[in-house]
Design a protein around this ligand. Structure first.
Ligand code: ADP
Ligand code: ZN
Ligand code: ZN
Length: 739
């Protein structure tokens, strides 16, 4: 047995490495950091990642166990990937082993070989004639041949049905010698000169300036904020930058928010390029995800598109990173490794020395601040590219107006007029279900969730009360659970109620609802889009799902039923989020001939932020909001970390946090750190959730470096605290959600 000590990162929450002896017969010279190693761990086995080989260990020699097996002949992850994971673990104060678990494809962390699956590929035979006379009476085969001919790299067998190709037609074409089939790993790495499957649009002046600025920075790190109003042609700029990247022989990584409204963006990329596109989002199965990951790593994918976790996809020759809708909340992971994919993408771009483009019509205040302070180059697109006119905003004061299922009289009139003019209406309400509460008119009973400090939402269609925080659901009671009388009334309105009321008010037009409840069925969204595209008058009712991705060019009225939540919330980010939603939803409307109209119902119609937003636009709003943040000493003018704890018994979480707080105060003195404040511990704004009592301690720091010095020493101490064993606790660096 050799004396070499393998220092491994194991998928454990503990922030340390684990030492093992090398397996018998393994030569130390063959070991590389990043290789996967199978080891005994308690009564189980685990797969860890080799971080380093060392000559000695602090563990006594008789306690050291030999590893069972080295799983890889060479490290499956390139050094850049390894480095990014190490940086991530350090920055988010997270266990290295668990960081690798989040970053690696599931199959790799389960020990699957890092080898791509073999697949059959169909392609056109050299010299085959699309007009071959033998196909004159076989239209299906001719069509199939034409489809295959559009794919110079061949079509994977698994994609045949997606392209509506029948296997029988292809077999017949093969017998005629017109197509060939071969078995190989993913598409070949031959690069070619014709990347475009579709001509590019001539860019307008703003687009040209933006595109030129980024191209100027190709080949080195640089961050660009492409701030362009909805429909200003940001995606067209991305596409052309990607084309340049491909021509330079490099790969492009594109991150998109979690897809709600189907693969529209994706389709645009696929239509534009003769390129191998690797897809990594939540609907991709484990095997396909591993293949995509390997293809990207080996340079066999040209464009990598995915949601949050695709940020970790390794690339053989990275050339460009694009973060679409950079303000989107889905880039922040809210469990386990609480990373922000946008922030990490900037780190990655820096480490790999490539330019990064952050695009949004409504940039986050953090990003805007970075752009105005010169860290990022600001590129603006102010005009809509397709010639569509910008929408007009109207604030509708509903202070003394009766609301009919959330819809005021003047709003109903506006909807009616729009429909009468043969146009479509979009009604936005960021609350699903029928009503947010059920109330007993006799005794005042409210439908509280038994497991949370929250009300259960009425879902009329399914006759249920559902908690949107923990998922608890029960049948709607007929009698009041407290006084047994029957006068139970839904209070307030959600999308289901608005839909029902609108259908009654406007019986002659279709009313279509878009929210998580309505679109969970497959195809529901497609049916909906077909109806909308037909262009006849209709009403769309929905939540923030409407704000993402899709354009509805025939919508000329956007009715926003409730903007107030964002104006008096305890969460300091609520107004930013509200403004982004309003602008994003508004951006779905309008066309060349007629500007869209956006009517916002509010009880606070004169609120300065709302006035600023509707009269001067998002950037004026953002400037004002940033001033308020600066005055209040809030991000981006300070840095935050949030220590959360939860436990089954009341008081337990606070007990741990009190101890943690005392420890932190001691460390502040010991390390002589300035400018750090500990706020709390306090009960979480929703103290009980899913049956657990939650509390939190906020750490606020003027500068980044001292905060991280504190966190590093503090976590080591907290891991040793006995009171920490009885509670579930976690640290969130740069928290987005303080709840
Ligand atoms: P964004 O990503 O900013 O929302 P898109 O790139 O989707 O904008 O462009 C909006 C619409 O304008 C699309 O229909 C697109 O085809 C069109 N468009 C974009 N750039 C141009 C251009 N340079 N000339 C003509 N039409 C354009
Ligand atoms: Zn009652
Ligand atoms: Zn609940």
């Amino acid at each position: 047995m050799s004396n070499a000590i393998l220092r491994l990162a194991l998928p454990s929450p503990l922030r340390r490495l684990f030492d093992y002896l090398a397996p018998a017969g393994v030569s130390v010279d063959t070991l590389q950091p990043g290789m996967r190693v199978r080891v005994p761990f308690g009564r189980r086995e685990m797969i860890g990642v080799l971080i380093e080989v060392s000559a000695h260990s602090d563990v006594p020699a008789d306690k050291l166990k030999p590893a069972l097996e080295i799983l890889d002949e060479t490290a499956p992850m390139p050094p850049a990937f390894f480095r990014l994971c190490m940086w991530t673990a350090q920055y988010y104060q997270h266990s290295i082993g668990d960081t690798f678990s989040w970053a690696l494809p599931t199959l790799l962390r389960q020990g699957e070989p890092a080898i791509a699956r073999q697949e059959r590929f169909w392609s056109i035979a050299p010299g085959a004639d699309l007009e071959d006379p033998r196909l004159n009476r076989a239209p299906r085969q001719r069509q199939a041949l034409k489809t295959i001919a559009q794919h110079p790299h061949g079509v994977a067998h698994s994609l045949l049905s997606q392209l509506q190709l029948s296997k029988d037609s292809l077999e017949q074409l093969k017998d005629k010698g017109l197509v060939v089939v071969e078995t190989r790993q993913h598409a070949p790495s031959a690069r070619h000169s014709n990347w475009l499957a579709q001509p590019e649009l001539p860019l307008n002046e703003e687009q040209l300036t933006a595109s030129a600025a980024v191209q100027e920075g190709f080949g080195r790190y640089g961050a660009y904020l492409l701030a362009g109003v909805t429909g200003s042609g940001k995606t067209e700029v991305y596409l052309q930058l990607i084309h340049q990247t491909l021509q330079a022989g490099k790969q492009a990584l594109v991150l998109i928010p979690e897809i709600n409204l189907g693969p529209q963006t994706l389709a645009r990329f696929e239509r534009r390029f003769n390129a191998r596109i690797a897809l990594l989002h939540s609907a991709v199965n484990d095997r396909d995800r591993l293949d995509a990951w390997l293809a990207a790593r080996d340079g066999d994918a040209d464009i990598i598109i995915g949601t949050r976790s695709a940020l970790f996809t390794p690339m053989k020759s990275p050339g460009l990173i694009i973060i679409d809708e950079e303000h989107d909340a889905s880039y922040k992971q809210q469990e386990g490794l609480r990373y922000h994919a946008r922030d990490l993408a900037l780190v990655r771009a820096h480490q790999e020395n490539v330019p990064i483009v952050l695009g949004s019509a409504t940039p986050s205040l953090e990003t805007l601040h970075n752009a105005t302070s010169g860290r990022y180059q600001l590129l603006k697109l102010n005009k809509r590219a397709g010639g569509a006119l910008p929408p007009r905003f109207l604030r509708l004061d509903v202070k003394s107006l009766p609301l009919d299922s959330g819809i005021s009289g003047p709003m109903q009139q506006a909807i009616s007029q729009t429909l009468a003019a043969g146009q479509q209406v979009l009604v936005f309400l960021n609350r699903r279900g029928f009503a947010p509460t059920l109330l007993c008119h006799d005794c005042g009973w409210l439908s509280e969730c038994p497991r949370c400090d929250a009300r259960m939402t009425v879902h009329q269609r399914s006759n249920e009360l559902r908690c949107h925080h923990c998922g608890h659901a029960e049948r709607q009671p007929r009698n009041c659970p407290k006084c047994q009388r029957v006068d139970l009334r839904p209070v307030g309105a959600g999308t289901e109620r608005a839909e029902e009321r609108l259908a009654t008010l406007f019986p002659d037009v279709p009313v279509l609802r878009v929210d998580r409840d309505s679109t969970s069925r497959k195809d529901a969204m497609n049916n909906l889009l077909t109806t909308i595209e037909r262009g006849e008058p209709c009403i769309l009712v929905g939540t923030q799902m409407l704000a993402k991705g899709h354009h509805f060019p025939r919508v000329t009225l956007v009715a926003i039923l409730d903007a107030d939540g964002g104006l008096f919330s305890a969460d300091f980010r609520a107004s930013e989020r509200m403004a982004q939603l309003i602008v994003q939803v508004a951006g779905r409307a309008g066309r060349a001939e007629e500007a869209g109209k956006v009517i916002i119902q509010s009880h606070l119609a004169d609120h300065p932020l709302l006035v600023q937003l509707t009269e001067q636009g998002y950037f004026a709003f953002a400037e004002q909001a940033l001033t308020e943040r600066r005055d209040a000493g809030l991000p981006p003018f300070c840095h935050l970390a949030l220590l959360r704890a939860e436990a089954h018994k009341p008081g337990q979480a606070e007990g741990f946090l009190d101890e943690a707080c005392a420890e932190a105060e001691m460390l502040l003195g010991e390390l002589q750190l300035e400018g750090i404040e500990l706020l709390g511990p306090v009960p979480a704004p929703m103290e009980r959730r899913a049956g657990r009592y939650r509390a939190q301690l906020l750490i606020q720091s003027a500068a980044r470096a001292p905060l991280h010095r504190l966190l590093h020493a503090w976590l080591a101490a907290m891991e040793q605290m006995p009171s920490g064993r009885a509670v579930r606790w976690s640290l969130d660096v740069d928290p987005i959600d303080l709840f």
